[in-house]
Design a protein around this ligand. Structure first.
Ligand code: PLP
Length: 293
């Protein structure tokens, strides 16, 4: 495997002096970061089965929906998404529609039954291919493991943000495959996310070398505080690296905070995975705008 999809760049900010960043956000603006890694082998599987209609699931600001929409358009595939909750319009869904995605809004209680929904609508469509919310699958883990193949050096710590934990599972399996001594430090962006350990174990078989940091969710998924948003805007202005309030700002905040508190070895070589998702900024434009009033 000699394909490298994104560069590694050093950044310096506060106690991060410097750390390396794997710029998966630069892979593509819409098929962004880890969502592209997660879709790579899912798309290959759909293709090998001759399926030309991708069907997937997500919330109204889902990076996964936008990534799937853009990837489908580029591959010439039909694409449909079940969107959780009542019908809304926003920038993210507008982009999805521009990429040709059909949107079906479904009530939260119904949304939960994903295979039933898929069967109800597409049982007779032999081209339809089910992709789980966020792209979670063994194929996604395989795609994310390839990040480790691209590093060219052994880090002491690799950091990533986590929603479902699929990306983290891929990173841990890549670390194991190359028998690295690297510790994987995971920052869940949801409250009460100890389920992520089981999720990772499900794919990898164990969680040796994993450290979960459960205290950097800032209130929960898509929740923020003024402290986080100020950190985010200062970080962007001083590093020139755009980060998002839902995932990567929480990760960089955590690395900086752990370093300040002396919880990371001083001379450790640290890599942060920039998982992309920058359109998430649009979902918080009012809150972010208030920072500058
Ligand atoms: C979806 C997403 C994640 C979470 O990935 P999981 O595999 O669900 O843990 C992290 N960062 C960004 C930017 C994302 O869009």
């Amino acid at each position: 495997m000699d394909t490298t999809y994104s560069p590694i760049q050093p950044i310096s900010y506060q106690s991060l002096n410097p750390i390396d960043v794997k710029r998966d956000d630069l892979i593509d603006p819409y098929i962004s970061g880890n969502k592209w890694r997660k879709l790579k082998y899912v798309l290959a599987k759909a293709n090998s089965l001759g399926r030309t209609h991708l069907v997937t699931f997500g919330g109204a600001y889902s990076n996964h929906l936008l990534a799937t929409a853009a990837a489908s358009a580029r591959a010439g595939l039909k694409v449909t998404a079940f969107v959780r909750g009542e019908a809304v319009e926003n920038e993210m869904l507008l982009l999805c529609r521009l990429f040709g995605m059909q949107l079906i809004f479904v009530d939260r209680s119904i949304y939960r039954h994903k295979t039933d929904l898929f069967n109800l609508h597409f049982e007779k469509d032999s081209a339809a291919f089910f992709i789980d919310e966020g792209g979670a699958s063994a194929e996604a883990v395989k795609g994310c493991a390839e990040i480790i193949d691209e590093l060219g050096q052994e880090y002491d710590y690799i950091f990533c943000a986590a929603g479902t934990g699929t990306t983290a599972a891929g990173l841990l399996s890549g670390i194991n495959r190359l028998q690295l001594k690297t510790e994987l430090h995971v920052i869940p962006v949801l409250n009460g996310a100890d389920f992520i350990e089981r999720e990772i174990a499900k794919y990898v078989g164990h969680t040796a070398g994993l450290q979960l940091h459960l205290d950097y969710h800032f209130g929960g998924y898509a929740k923020t505080t003024p402290v986080l948003l100020n950190f985010m805007s200062n970080f962007i202005a001083q590093t020139g690296v755009l980060i998002d309030p839902v995932y990567t700002a929480k990760m960089f905040f955590a690395i900086n905070d752990l370093k300040l508190k002396g919880k990371l070895k001083d001379d450790a070589k640290i890599l942060a995975i920039h998982t992309g998702g920058l359109m998430g900024i649009l979902g918080m434009k009012e809150k972010l705008g208030k920072l500058f009033l």
